[in-house]
Design a protein around this ligand. Structure first.
Ligand code: DP6
Length: 359
């Protein structure tokens, strides 16, 4: 589908509300570097999570005096959260071309995260996807013949404009975003669900998130993407991601966990390597992150338990393992890794099924 297929032209004026729950996701093939209009420089692939979610209620009604700016109330955990408003306004400015009715409606957006706001877990994927779904309900209410497929595609398209990784949170258990030759139906504009093209071992994969550093990141992902424009390794990185995705597709469909681990860990370290080689350079991992990685490698060598790690743009460590190894992995984590977490905190999550409507 083309970008123009997502432009809604009719003038509407409706009243109502909807509530969606959107999960966070963890990228295994990383998106790091973008072009104008939130077009990624390389394809990415993620596991959608199940417990780390944002619930958003969007209430809308016609605006009486149709001014040129947006009319928006945003509440986070029941309270006004002015620090989020600029990001939401930027998002509305980007999506108004595709859903012009946001100018003649007043929106009240109320969000709540299932995970602590200051946990160092990025909430932009879950929040932007849940907001997109709620706002798009207005169009669906008018166009009752809109298919579910189009609704989700357009929600992913809009979510991408809020935060690239949010495009992948619409779907579960595994999403791919960014045009590539490995998945023919892939697009730069929205994510696609590839859950039915993977071995069943990955459909119940576990993700334990070790909270190493809960403070706000010093460099935002958006800034990190921008620094790829001058990173001397950028060209090779974008090729590496495409090659990794091709190999990863094979591992995913055959259930080859050894190759899954090799690619996942290499992607995580490559992401942080790009940060180390940016100008200005920066480091987001902490000494505890490296201690955890070394412990995982030792444990894997000794026990052959296929536990591996990936990293987000931060110091927290996401451990990944098949559900059959849950008991042994949790024992290892509790006995050896919690000492590296801030206040011993961690979250046990797993692959999930994507966004769902609550009301
Ligand atoms: C390291 O989606 O947060 O998590 O599009 O600027 O909002 P913006 O960036 P964002 O970047 C995510 C970066 C990443 C990798 C990934 O999720 O693929």
């Amino acid at each position: 589908m083309n970008e123009s297929d997502f432009i809604f032209k009719n003038k509407i004026s409706l009243e109502g509300f909807s509530e969606w729950i959107s999960p966070s996701n963890i990228a295994l093939i990383k998106y790091w570097g973008k072009q104008k209009n939130q077009i990624p420089k390389n394809p990415s692939l993620s596991f959608t999570l199940s417990k780390s979610t944002t619930k958003t209620k969007v209430t809308y009604g016609p605006r009486l005096n149709n001014k040129d700016d947006f009319s928006l109330d945003f509440l986070f955990n029941g309270k006004p959260e002015p620090s989020f408003v600029p990001k939401i306004e930027m998002f509305l400015n980007r999506i108004v071309r595709y859903i012009p009715y946001i100018k003649n409606h007043h929106f009240k957006i109320e969000s709540q995260n299932s995970f602590p706001h200051s946990s160092g877990i990025a909430s932009s994927a879950s929040s932007m996807s849940s907001i997109s779904l709620g706002i798009l309900e207005v169009e669906k209410k008018y166009n009752t013949s809109m298919t579910r497929d189009f609704f989700l595609k357009k929600a992913s398209f809009l979510a991408r404009l809020g935060s690239g990784s949010a495009s992948r949170s619409i779907y579960g258990p595994i999403s791919v975003w960014g045009k590539n030759s490995s998945y023919k139906d892939s697009s730069d504009y929205y994510a696609v669900d590839i859950g039915n093209r993977v071995n069943e071992v990955f459909l119940k994969y576990q993700n334990t998130i070790l909270l190493v550093d809960k403070s706000k990141k010093k460099i935002s992902s958006t800034k990190g993407h921008e620094l790829m424009e001058t990173n001397p390794y950028a060209f090779e990185r974008f090729n590496q991601a495409k090659k990794n995705l091709k190999e990863f597709k094979k591992a995913l469909s055959s259930g080859d966990i050894d190759n899954f681990i090799k690619i996942v860990e290499s992607e995580a370290l490559s992401l942080h390597g790009l940060m180390l080689t940016s100008n200005p350079y920066f480091i987001l991992f902490k000494p505890e992150t490296l201690s955890i990685i070394n412990k995982i490698w030792d444990f894997r060598n000794e026990t052959k338990c296929p536990i591996c790690f990936t990293l987000d743009a931060g110091a927290n460590v996401h451990l990944l393992y098949p559900i059959e190894y849950k008991k042994i992995a949790l024992k290892f984590i509790k006995e050896n890794l919690l000492v590296f977490c801030q206040n011993g905190k961690y979250i046990n999550d797993m692959v999930g099924l994507g966004s769902k409507k609550n009301k």
